[in-house]
Design a binder for this molecule. Sequence first.
Ligand code: MD5
Ligand code: FE
Length: 202
Amino acid sequence: WCEEIAPGAVVLHGFVRDHGPELLAAVNAVVAQVPWRHLTTPGGFTMSVAMSWCGNGWTSDSQGYRYSARDPGSGRRWPVIPDILMALADEAAQRAGFGHFVPDACLINRYDPGSKLSLHQDKDEHDFSAPIVSVSLGLPAIFQFGGLQRNDRTQRIPLAHGDVVVWGGPSRLCFHGIMPVKEGFHSLVGSHRINITLRKAR
Ligand code: MD5
Ligand code: FE
């Protein structure tokens, strides 16, 4: 079902629950070309989340954060966003009430048990009017959802395999994070959580 947890933030529970195998195949095809990386933050910390990209990629290093059409490591273009992910982004955005959505950047996050994402805002995209579509696969996680100020109180939202969240409108710039992922095993995905975000970056 469809749940609005804040203005512009819509959880589509189980939206892709029946499409795990195709989605994982798309993830694996991207990862075959862009193997998982642990980026270093501008502050010098190595992220516990492993990442891969298609469309436009996102990079974090001592220079800061940015999107680019090419992999700064290899100089090669990022792989194109698989059709199934383009279609899913459009369907989810429409279902959540945002109309048609054509993303140009896709970030794939892999959380092993213990991996987390500290509270942050997503503000490296040029166009905040477009929503972000986020797909959860594999192990469950607790999403921390705050307000526009870092110190605003946060809600904890459980996300399960197959859930899709569309973040737009007033929720687009809210602080958010992922609590450390608990040990476990998912029959399709194994012992990690995969999150796919589809964005309009440029
Ligand atoms: C995740 N990833 O579960 C999340 C899903 C990231 C990230 O946060 O930056 O890779 S995306 C959640 C999100 C995106 C944009 C806005 C808001 C949440 N929000 O306003 O809460 O790996
Ligand atoms: Fe984020």
